[in-house]
Design a protein around this ligand. Structure first.
Ligand code: PNS
Length: 165
């Protein structure tokens, strides 16, 4: 299977920023697993099952990308998958504090599990799932912020399917 990188997150939904991180990571890992956290968040737009199906569709042409979900501690999941590292994206400085805390907590729990950080393309560094959802809910355009299949699924959820070409 070669080197496995686990890219964990909420992915509600996957954005172009996430996609960029996954594609960049393929240069360093043989397999990249997009691992969706199963947490019962009632405010989520998509169920974990829906998110997994959408992400699999986005990356349908790349067999080295897998989609999975996990519950409990990330480090347990990483060990169970016998993965080589956790992958996280870094956007602006504001991400650093949260990522630093999480990485150090994970290291304390599992000193053998390392996290590598990737920077998104400058075109995407301001994109967050939360703001994309807000713009979509309020009737704005989200072209270029999420993959096309995900935009379509969001518009269907929001009753905006009439706007799809
Ligand atoms: O996309 P997100 O919401 O920033 O991803 C956060 C995620 C899923 C990476 C993080 O919440 C996580 O790893 N949760 C699993 C629980 C866990 O292991 N917690 C200990 C680390 S602080």
């Amino acid at each position: 299977m070669g080197r496995i990188g686990i890219y964990p997150g909420s992915f509600d939904p996957l954005t172009e920023g996430h996609r960029d991180i996954v594609l960049r990571s393929l240069r360093f890992f043989d397999t990249v697993v997009v691992a969706i956290l199963k947490n019962p968040d009632k405010r989520a737009m998509f169920s974990v099952r829906e998110r997994a199906a959408l992400i699999a569709e986005t990356f349908a042409d790349e067999p080295r990308i897998q989609v999975d979900h996990f519950g409990g501690l990330l480090v347990d999941y990483v060990r169970q998958r016998k993965a080589d590292a956790v992958i996280r994206g870094l956007r602006a400085v504001q991400d650093f504090e949260y990522e630093f805390q999480m990485t150090m907590m994970n290291r304390r729990l599992a000193p053998d599990v390392d996290t590598v950080f990737m920077m998104t393309d400058e075109e995407y560094f301001y994109i967050a799932s939360r703001t994309v959802k807000e713009v979509a809910r309020l009737g704005g355009t989200i072209d270029g912020l999420v993959p096309d299949n995900i935009k379509a699924a969001m518009f269907v959820k929001l009753g905006r399917e009439g706007e799809l070409a």
